[in-house]
Design a protein around this ligand. Structure first.
Ligand code: ADP
Ligand code: MG
Length: 719
């Protein structure tokens, strides 16, 4: 079969005449636009509400909506949508035009505050885990004023939360905002020990998005890629990433044109993308912005993922956001760089210049370690999915065990603190005590070259990097758990310290005592060694860290008593919400595997087996003719062997598909989403791997001319 890649000439990208400063945020209703389009009083009231997280009145909403519509229509906008993040992943939109009846038989353009602030999308087909019966299909979407509206194409997009009629969250944004509030409150309480003027603590997120690009026409010729986002079959290319010549290599011009175009679109939407480079695998790339407040950063990541897909189309590429589109080469992740900072400008994970600064730094770091330790199983559950399961635990990726890498210098500081006696702690609390090593942190920490790439959760000098997050994930899932767990730890910490102070202990000493207690208690989470080694798996199990590898069972962590208690205490998710959301997780898992199994069965029986059979017949024909010509003994030998091998693989595939269909039927008959997902994981997935094995063997045997699918060597190399 002849397969043509798309016209390989790069689509010329016009570098805009405008500088990035001019373009930046052009399509965003940001403060500058608000100032321009809203009356002064309205502007002040809105900004006040945004800063103090106050609800806005209907009157204010009307005035804001009017200004927003005027601005949007000047940019050719005709429709608006409430933009939200359903539990399916990705984003959802329902477009309405601005027109309303004018009462005289015509229409006028209108956009009221009511429509801006709240909508009732008919949401019965969004997953809700049983919270909302379909006959009560109403869900509410409500404007999140902390994230600005923006224009996509001809549509004004209003970032919203999505909740049920009874107030339960049906999305990612609602619990994320709650978790950010919880960590703000808890961290502010602790930060005030060091600076009583602190009023708020913000959570920051800087994501690094990895992705693959494939030629659009080759993508279209792969039904598995088109329907599941990954290749369900395909023999390794003789060359892939062994030479390590792709990482940070020169970016092909066709790709560079795409990246430039993407960056321009991002800047217009206010997404501060800054970094781009090749990743480890062929055709794999990364883009990263400057970090932002977590809620906004997350909106921007979701927006990036959809903009990327659009821009790629203009360049005859398809973006693959799947965590493992190709077996045998690296998968894609999305490192979540995360930190906390006060409204007074202190970054709480940055070592400071004075002993006091460093006590604050150590306090916050140790609380993160305690939170990650207590909730390591839950953090793993937050990043786990049917797609990310192909990456975690595999060769290049972090293992399916959460641990924290601190680096040598921080480890030494923790060690000194841990080993100090009560008497030392007493003197540590005085100025002289800092000679124990704390005062050296600033200089030492500047050097963070000893980064450990095998750790799923690493301290990198001024932030933590949660690396286990999947490339297609909504970062909110991880950010909800992390921020809420840290909020819980900080609240407990404050209670204990306050208790000691009430008992007459000096504050510094009380803090040091609690810091030491946390270091001792959360020791098991600290691991600076090679996370990919088998020894680590055994060691982690000994340490009591969660080592579960089955996706459906990993989700159980959300319902563990310690998780429910943490979510309820921080008011991030209720027990009812947790149960419902897990139903959705299991259902999504089952559906993803089910679709893959169907596509695989279809491709195996309708594409691969017929072609292999045809080639087998050609070989048989050849063997018969050779025999007729009296040449059989020597020349037909290779072909006879090939025919035998092909027969065995075809038989294995046919039997494999039959067993897989049976396993699916048995799983489908199971009542209850959890057990169904477990059956898919335990009984269907292994059969899929076996079918693939035989197909990949056939790929090496069957005539290349006949093979119906583009091969890895074609998909993976853009010229
Ligand atoms: P790496 O060296 O890990 O590949 P970079 O240095 O490019 O990555 O940074 C990765 C991301 O981390 C960027 O999005 C950057 O803005 C973000 N980042 C840097 N400092 C912080 C911080 N204090 N809090 C959150 N994110 C941060
Ligand atoms: Mg990084």
């Amino acid at each position: 079969m002849v397969r043509e890649a798309s016209d390989r000439k790069a689509v010329p990208v016009e570098v805009p005449a405008e500088s990035p400063e001019k373009l930046f945020g052009e399509l965003v209703f940001n403060r500058a636009r608000m100032f321009e389009y809203l009356p002064k009083g309205v502007y002040d009231e809105l900004v006040g509400a945004m800063e103090n997280k106050r609800p806005i009145s209907r009157r204010l909403a009307d005035a804001v909506a009017d200004g927003m519509r005027r601005w949007a229509t000047e940019h050719g906008v005709t429709h608006y949508t409430h933009w939200f993040h359903p539990l399916t992943g990705g984003t959802a939109e329902k477009h309405d035009s601005f027109i309303e009846h004018d009462g005289k038989g015509g229409v006028i353009e209108e956009f009221s505050g009511k429509l801006l602030v709240q909508q009732e999308p008919d949401a019965s087909s969004f997953p809700n885990g049983g919270i909302r019966n379909t006959f009560e299909a109403r869900g509410y979407s409500a404007w999140d004023i902390s994230s600005p509206a923006f224009i996509l194409g001809h549509t004004l997009c209003i970032p919203t939360i999505f909740i049920s009629y009874t107030g339960e969250s049906l999305d990612y944004k609602t619990p994320l905002l709650r978790a950010l509030n919880a960590v703000d409150k808890a961290a502010t309480g602790v930060a005030r020990y060091f600076d009583p003027e602190v009023r708020h603590v913000r959570s920051y997120l800087g994501w690094e998005q990895e992705y693959f690009l494939v030629d659009e026409s080759l993508f279209s010729a792969r039904p598995d890629l088109a329907m599941t986002g990954r290749t369900l079959m395909g023999h390794e290319s003789p060359k892939n990433q062994q030479l390590e010549d792709h990482y940070f290599g020169a970016i092909p011009s066709r790709v560079e044109a795409f990246m430039l175009d993407l960056e321009i679109e991002c800047h217009r939407l206010g997404i501060p993308v800054k970094t781009r480079h090749n990743e480890v695998a062929p055709n794999q790339f990364e883009c990263a912005p400057i970090f932002e407040e977590t809620n906004l950063a997350n909106d921007h990541n979701l927006l990036l993922m959809s903009v990327m897909t659009e821009v790629a189309r203009r360049h005859n590429f398809t973006v693959l956001l799947h965590e493992k589109p190709f077996a045998g080469v690296n998968g894609s992740g999305k490192h979540n760089n995360w930190s906390l900072g006060t409204d007074r400008g202190t970054m709480l994970f940055s070592p400071g210049r004075t002993g006091d600064d460093n006590l604050q730094f150590v306090t916050f770091v140790v609380n993160v370690m305690a939170a990650v330790h207590r909730h390591n199983a839950l953090l793993k559950a937050s990043i786990m999915s049917a797609t990310n399961a192909h990456r975690l635990g595999a060769n290049e990726a972090p293992p399916a065990i959460i641990s924290i890498f601190t680096g040598k210098q921080l480890a030494e500081v923790l060690d000194v603190l841990e080993k100090s006696s009560d008497a030392d702690l007493g003197s540590l609390a005085g100025k002289a005590g800092y000679s124990l090593g704390l005062s050296q942190i600033p200089e030492l920490m500047l050097d963070n070259t000893d980064r450990n790439r095998t750790s799923p959760f690493a301290f990198t000098g001024n932030r933590f990097e949660f690396r286990a997050v999947g490339s297609s994930a909504n970062c909110a899932a991880a950010m909800i758990v992390l921020n809420a767990a840290v909020a819980e730890a900080l609240e407990e910490f404050k209670e204990k310290v306050d208790g000691r102070v009430d008992g007459g202990m000096p504050l510094r000493e009380a803090i040091l005592n609690e810091v030491r207690a946390l270091i001792v208690r959360s020791k098991a989470i600290h691991f600076d060694g090679n996370g990919y080694s088998d020894e680590w798996k055994a060691e982690a199990a000994r340490r009591g860290l969660d080592c579960e590898t089955s996706v459906p069972l990993i989700f159980d962590a959300y319902l563990a008593p310690a998780s429910v208690a943490m979510f309820e205490r921080t008011r991030v998710l209720s027990g009812v919400e947790l149960v419902a959301r897990n139903e959705v997780k299991w259902e999504m898992y089952t559906k993803k595997v089910q679709i893959e199994a169907r596509v695989l069965g279809d491709l195996a029986l309708n594409h691969i087996v017929p072609v292999a059979t045809r080639y087998q017949s050609l070989l048989l024909d050849n063997i018969l003719k050779l025999r007729a010509a009296g040449l059989a003994e020597v020349t037909a030998e290779g072909n006879v062997e090939a025919v035998e091998k092909i027969s065995r693989h075809i038989a294995a595939i046919t039997a494999g598909v039959r067993s897989m269909v049976d396993a699916r039927k048995a799983a489908n008959a199971i009542a209850g989403e959890r057990l169904k997902a477990v059956a898919y994981h335990d009984n269907v997935v292994p059969l899929m791997e076996n079918i693939r094995y035989h197909i990949d063997k056939l790929e090496l045997l069957v005539d290349n001319e006949l093979w119906p699918l583009p091969k890895y060597r074609e998909l993976l190399f853009i010229r």
